[in-house]
Design a protein around this ligand. Structure first.
Ligand SMILES: *[C@@H]1O[C@H](CO)[C@@H](O)[C@H](O)[C@H]1NC(C)=O
Ligand SMILES: CC(=O)N[C@H]1CO[C@H](CO)[C@@H](O)[C@@H]1O
Length: 354
């Protein structure tokens, strides 16, 4: 009898198209035909990007509203109720430096998340593009770094849920029309990993080049693994070079290159030449210093995002000297479900600085 009543209640609630989940969040439920129409049947021309958790398409609803649809890869074993619970929690995370989740679609094996659409592409399409890099002068880049800090701070410490992003990178930082940064793809680990908040996972998701050594090697993650990725991102924003660029003269990658220059007290040499004379040397050095602290090999040595926010807003603080960073790079192709924990260790190599 009780089971019957519960079933009735669930069925009833599923017939509603949207419901208020408190905190002024109105999560919309989209049916598959609406999404299929909006994305022109997930056409290639509407594809915005692809990531560890699925593919993102641009869509346009009948009322003209533009949306971004993330079609989740089907490796998540979650059922409807579990998925709905997680999405509902994530929809409550609202901050101006986070991309807003509008709703979701669930149909048989298909799970999709519907986000606000941002016309400007990811940060990667600016800082790594010679033609567009100059559009972000130093002042703007410093603001972008600070915006990313606020978004991460909220995810790590200020929201009611503690969210570890696990795939923070330049292409997951979108820019709005005023070039303000908004972090995308947060909470994915929650949707896929259930209750994992902090701990150990067998399924390492993320992007080589941004992954902390303890996460890539042992599947250990914590807020400090996000701090590591943030450090890589800061160094990329300052230098305009990708995490995985190699530098001919000494054939080390970005982090190693910055570390070498730092030791020679020449860190300013890494600055993106597109920044020209917009550079504020004190701010740039501060950012490089903070970036180096974030990519230190030992998680315990890295600052928290609270520390980072403090360091960036109090220029006179005396910062500790960074220890040697962790040097990780990708040696062989390693897919999304690559199980680093079991016998795949040769996929990643840690290089130690000379
Ligand atoms: C899908 O949703 C739209 C808009 O809410 C509605 O007009 C349409 O009839 C629905 N289609 C199906 C198959 O339920
Ligand atoms: C080796 C590596 O991790 N490369 C990544 C560097 O960042 C770009 C842009 O965010 C990624 O697409 C690469 O996969």
């Amino acid at each position: 009898m009780i089971v019957f009543m519960i079933t009735l209640i669930i069925c009833y609630s599923q017939t509603k198209q949207s419901w208020d989940i408190g905190g002024n969040v109105d999560l919309q439920v989209f049916n598959l035909s609406t999404i299929t129409k909006a994305t022109d049947s997930f056409s290639c021309s509407n594809k915005l990007g692809e990531g560890g958790f699925g593919t993102v398409y641009k869509g346009k609803l009948l009322n003209g509203e533009e949306i971004a649809v993330k079609r989740l890869s089907q490796s998540s074993g979650q059922g409807m109720q579990e998925f709905k619970n997680e999405v509902t929690l994530i929809a409550k995370l609202q901050h101006r430096n986070l991309v807003r989740l509008l709703g979701y679609c669930f149909h048989k094996k298909e799970k999709m998340l519907v986000y606000e659409y941002l016309p400007n592409k990811g940060l990667d399409s600016y800082i790594f593009d010679q033609e567009k890099a100059f559009l972000l002068d130093w002042k703007k880049r410093f603001q972008i770094i600070q915006g990313i800090v606020r978004g991460l701070l909220y995810l790590h410490h200020d929201s009611r849920l503690r969210i570890i992003h696990r795939d923070l990178k330049a292409s997951n930082v979108l820019l709005d029309t005023n070039l303000n940064p908004k972090i995308a793809d947060f909470g994915m680990a929650k949707i896929f990993g259930g209750d994992e908040d902090e701990g150990k996972t067998r399924r390492v998701v993320g992007t080589y080049g941004y992954m902390s050594p303890e996460y890539a090697m042992q599947g250990l993650f914590s807020v400090k693994s996000d701090v590591f990725s943030f450090g890589v991102l800061v160094l990329e924003i300052v230098s305009g070079k990708k995490n995985n660029s190699y530098f001919k003269e000494n054939s080390v990658h970005l982090i190693g290159h910055v570390w070498d220059l730092w030791k020679q007290e020449n860190a300013l040499m890494v600055v993106d030449s597109s920044l020209g004379d917009t550079v504020n040397a004190d701010e740039v050095l501060l950012c490089i210093h903070v970036g180096m602290l974030c990519v230190q090999e030992l998680a315990a040595d890295r600052p928290t995002m609270t520390d980072v926010a403090f360091m960036l807003s109090n220029h006179d603080t005396i910062l500790p000297s960074p220890n040697q960073p962790a040097f990780i790079f990708k040696q062989v192709e390693c897919g999304r479900d690559c199980d680093v924990g079991s016998g795949n260790d040769e996929a990643i190599t840690i290089l130690h600085a000379r």
